[in-house]
Ligand binder design. Structure first.
Ligand SMILES: Nc1nc2c(ncn2[C@@H]2O[C@H](COP(=O)(O)OP(=O)(O)O)[C@@H](O)[C@H]2O)c(=O)[nH]1
Ligand SMILES: [Mg+2]
Length: 357
């Protein structure tokens, strides 16, 4: 490769393409809008079948179609309002035009609200569900990570505090993307490196969709996730009894709701994978309708929604100002597909691409 580039560089006016340069040309030429560009980036990065399908649909213009439709509804509403403003003193423009317009704007606002409330699901499909393995040192987290990934990702030793960094593997559970995160065991650590590992572990746990908290079956008084559960905004926590092969007979009557696994005998592993798959399916099912897949979409949609709400909130506001709210709302929608000043975001979006795309 290096030799090839070297040989090519002697030609005049030949240079390596920049990241995403070809896609950017398609955008500049108006052949792709921004959501389609993002869909293409997602398609290249997709790791599972459902991610691929979602990306493909967005690349094909599924999202733009919705937003452009809403945007032209708003432009039409604004035109009607302005007509009413311009001809307010003439009798042949009935005042009731604007009543119809506001009812439509109201309906649109609730459509956007529904669309927004469903978008988390699509965002999760795009980035994958984050499942974090946590618990005391030596609880068997790294062993479970390796068993689920079916390869040796993490180092396993009987020395407490072996895992000090955060390790991630991407799994494909029935076509659904799951990122499994192995963390340092939570304890009062002496060493600087382990303390940093524990800080990172806590951070990962806060960002997780689901925490698997491991409690070894051979320890009656192992660390429980109680203090974790008291923190605000905790994700879902499942308690797993690890090392179930070591459980004493007295302990085998599980509390209902807990899952026992052993990475030594593989007891319970298939069941756990099945449950995780179901969890993923419940939380990231590919929806029928195209949905906003990025925070960027969500921000503009929220801006649009609040402008719409301002526009019909009060009847006493002058019609000119209400029409201006509609203009702002349409503009927010236009930003999603890149029809309106988005210059500052373009580098961020195209920077995601690799060279040659
Ligand atoms: N008997 C038994 N030992 C296990 C099991 N899982 C892990 N271990 C052992 O427990 C020790 C700690 O495991 P590790 O995965 O490093 O725990 P971590 O500190 O939570 O990551 C190692 O010596 C493992 O071999 C299990 O299911 N059964
Ligand atoms: Mg470990």
């Amino acid at each position: 490769m290096a030799a090839l580039f070297d040989a090519l560089s002697v030609f005049e006016n030949v240079r390596p393409a920049e990241a995403g340069e070809f896609t950017r040309r398609a955008f500049d030429a108006g052949r792709l809008d921004l959501t389609e560009v993002e869909g293409l980036a997602d398609l290249i990065a997709s790791e599972t079948e459902t991610q691929r399908r979602q990306a493909l649909r967005q690349m094909g213009g599924g999202l733009s179609e919705i937003y452009d439709g809403w945007r032209s509804d708003l432009l039409r509403a604004r035109a009607l309002i302005e007509a009413e403003l311009d001809f307010a003193d003439e009798d042949d423009v009935p005042g009731s035009v604007s009543d119809v317009v506001w009812a439509d704007v109201c309906t649109l606002a609730s459509l956007i609200e529904i669309h927004l409330s469903q978008s988390r699901v699509a965002e999760r499909l795009r980035r994958g569900i984050q499942i974090v393995l946590a618990g005391a040192p030596n609880a068997g987290k790294s062993s479970l990570m390796n068993a689920l990934a079916r390869r040796d990702v993490a180092i396993v030793t009987e020395e407490a505090g072996t895992t000090r960094d955060v390790l991630e593997v991407h799994l494909d559970l029935h076509g659904l993307p799951v990122t499994l995160v192995d963390t340092a065991g939570i304890r009062e650590a002496e060493g600087l490196v382990e303390r940093e590992g524990i800080r990172r572990a806590r951070e990962k746990m806060r960002q997780a969709d689901l925490i698997l908290w491991l409690m070894p079956s051979d320890e009656m008084h192992s660390a429980s996730p109680d203090d974790l559960l008291n923190e605000p905004d905790v994700p879902a926590v499942w308690v797993l009894r690890s090392k179930s092969d070591l459980a004493s007979p007295a302990m085998t009557q599980d509390e209902p709701g807990t899952v026992s696994v052993s990475t030594r005998t593989h007891n319970g592993l298939e069941g756990l994978i099945g449950r995780l798959g179901k969890y993923a399916a419940d939380h990231i099912a590919l929806s029928e309708d195209p949905l906003a897949t990025r925070e960027r979409h969500r921000t503009h949609l929220e801006d649009c929604l609040s402008a719409l709400k301002r526009s019909f909130d009060s009847d006493s506001k002058p019609l000119e100002l209400r029409a201006e709210d509609l203009r702002l709302a349409a503009e927010s929608l236009g930003r999603i597909s890149g029809r309106i000043d988005v210059e500052d975001m373009l580098d961020v979006i195209f920077g995601e691409f690799c060279i040659g795309k």
